[in-house]
Write a protein that binds this ligand. Structure first.
Ligand SMILES: Cc1ncc(COP(=O)(O)O)c(C=O)c1O
Length: 380
C-alpha cells in the first residue's frame, strides 16, 4: 500500500522498536556492537561508520520521501556531494554545474575536485540548450542541477534535463535542498541522484548539520553505500535522530513557509525601495511555468535587488531584527543575508558571482504580519 507524504514522513523507517515498543526510534549512541560469534554480527551491525540503527531509520525515511530505493545520510550536504562525486567520477572526467549554485558547491568543484582532475563547465540550468551545449560527449559524467537555484531562484526543467543527460550517457544529479521533497521529487522526473543539505528544510530547526543522497538505482545505491563507509563522512546517531524529528513536520512546515513567502512577495513586488523580486511563484518569473509543472508550491526562499544598490542591500540586512542576519536557510525562524558578502563570497570573481545588490530571505513560519513589519522598517 502506498501512503501519502505526511504519513511517510512520520512512519517510514520508524516502526516502533521491536524490543521495547518505543514509538520513537532510539538514539543508538554506540560506536560498536557485540558480535554473537566471530564473523556473525547481530542484524548485520558491526561498527557505526558502516551501520547504525538510528541512521538507518533516517535513511529509510529519506528514500521514501524522495521516491527512491536507497537513502544515505552524511555529516553535511558537502560531505554527501563529495562522496557522490568520488563515487561516480574519476580523473579526466567532466561535469556540468549550474552557473548559479550554492557557493560551497562551486568551491568543491573549483578548488577541490578540479585539483584531482575533474573538469567542470558552468551552464545556465534554466536554459536546457545551454546545458546540452556544455556537455562533452563521452567525457561528461554528471549534469549537476539546483532548482530553484541558490540564490537567484532560477528554475531548471528536470524532465527535459534528464533526457539531455541520459542521451549523453551522463547522470542527472539534483540538489533538492531549496524545494525539499514535499515540494518536488526529482527522481519521479528522471533524476538519478538527489542531494540534500538536510541542515535546511529537511531538518528544519537550524539545530543540526547534515546531508543526504537518494537514488532509485539499486546498483548505484550500493556503490554509494560502499563509498559512504569507505570515505566515512557519516551522519552521527544524535544528528540523525534530530533530523528525523524535524522531518515529521516537513509537510506542514513547508506549507506555512510557502504561505508566508507568498504574502511577503506580494508586499515586496512593486515596493519603491525594492528592485526586481526573484520568486518562482511570480507569474513574471521566467521559470514560473516549469516550476508550476514540477513543484507542488514555490517554496520559502525569496531574493530581491535593493533599489539603492549594494550599500542599501547591506543596510537592509543590518537593520532587520526578526529576520535574523545569518547564513543558512530552511529553519522555522526567518533569516536574511547578503549573498555577495556571505554565503556566496567564495564565488567572487567567478562565473557564479552574484549581484552585489541582492538580498536573500529564508522566510520562516512566524506570524506573517510581524515579518512584514520587520521588512518595512528594514527597507528604510
Ligand atoms: C543548495 C545547497 N546545497 C548544499 C549545501 C551544503 O550543505 P551543508 O552546509 O550542509 O554542507 C547548501 C548549504 O548552504 C545549500 O544551500
Amino acid at each position: 500500500m502506498t501512503h501519502g507524504f505526511e504519513t511517510l514522513a512520520i512512519h517510514a523507517g520508524q516502526d516502533p522498536e521491536a524490543r521495547t515498543g518505543a514509538v520513537i526510534p532510539p538514539i543508538y549512541q554506540t560506536s560498536t556492537y557485540a558480535q554473537d560469534a566471530v564473523g556473525a554480527p547481530r542484524l548485520g551491525y558491526e561498527y557505526s561508520r558502516s551501520g547504525n540503527p538510528t541512521r538507518d531509520a533516517l535513511q529509510e525515511c529519506l528514500a521514501a520521501l524522495e521516491a527512491g530505493q536507497v537513502g544515505l545520510a552524511f555529516a553535511s550536504g558537502l560531505a554527501a556531494e563529495d562522496t557522490l562525486l568520488r563515487t561516480v567520477c574519476g580523473p579526466g572526467d567532466h561535469v556540468v554545474i549550474p552557473d548559479d549554485a550554492y557557493g560551497g558547491t562551486y568551491r568543491l568543484f573549483a578548488k577541490v575536485a578540479e585539483r584531482w582532475g575533474l573538469a567542470y563547465t558552468p551552464a545556465k540550468v534554466s536554459d536546457t540548450d545551454a546545458v546540452r551545449a556544455a556537455i562533452r560527449p563521452g567525457v561528461t559524467k554528471v549534469v549537476w542541477v539546483e532548482t530553484p537555484t541558490n540564490p537567484l531562484l532560477g528554475i531548471a526543467d528536470l524532465a527535459a534535463l534528464a533526457a539531455v543527460a541520459h542521451d549523453a550517457g551522463a547522470l542527472l544529479v539534483v540538489d533538492n535542498t531549496f524545494a525539499s521533497p514535499y515540494l518536488q521529487q526529482p527522481i519521479t522526473l528522471g533524476a538519478d541522484v538527489v542531494v540534500h543539505s538536510t541542515t535546511k528544510y529537511v531538518g528544519g530547526h537550524s539545530d543540526v548539520v547534515g546531508g543526504a543522497l537518494v537514488t532509485a538505482d539499486a546498483d548505484l545505491g550500493e556503490r554509494l553505500r560502499y563509498h559512504q563507509n569507505a570515505m566515512g563522512a557519516v551522519n552521527g546517531p544524535f544528528d540523525a535522530w534530530l533530523t528525523l524529528r524535524g522531518i515529521k513536520t516537513l509537510g506542514v512546515r513547508m506549507d506555512r513557509h510557502c504561505d508566508n513567502a507568498e504574502r511577503i512577495v506580494a508586499y515586496l513586488d512593486g515596493h519603491a525601495k525594492v528592485g526586481q523580486v526573484l520568486y518562482p511563484g511570480l507569474p513574471t518569473h521566467p521559470g514560473h511555468e516549469v516550476a508550476a509543472k514540477q513543484m507542488r508550491r514555490f517554496g520559502g526562499m525569496i531574493s530581491f535587488r535593493a533599489a539603492g544598490g549594494e550599500e542599501h542591500a547591506v543596510e537592509i540586512c543590518n537593520r532587520a531584527r526578526l529576520f535574523v542576519l545569518a547564513e543558512s536557510l530552511g529553519g522555522v525562524e526567518s533569516l536574511i543575508e547578503h549573498p555577495g558578502r556571505m554565503t556566496h563570497a567564495s564565488a567572487a570573481g567567478s562565473p557564479l558571482e552574484v549581484p552585489s545588490d541582492l538580498v536573500r530571505l529564508s522566510v520562516g513560519i512566524e506570524t506573517v504580519e510581524d515579518l512584514l513589519a520587520d521588512l518595512e522598517q528594514a527597507l528604510g
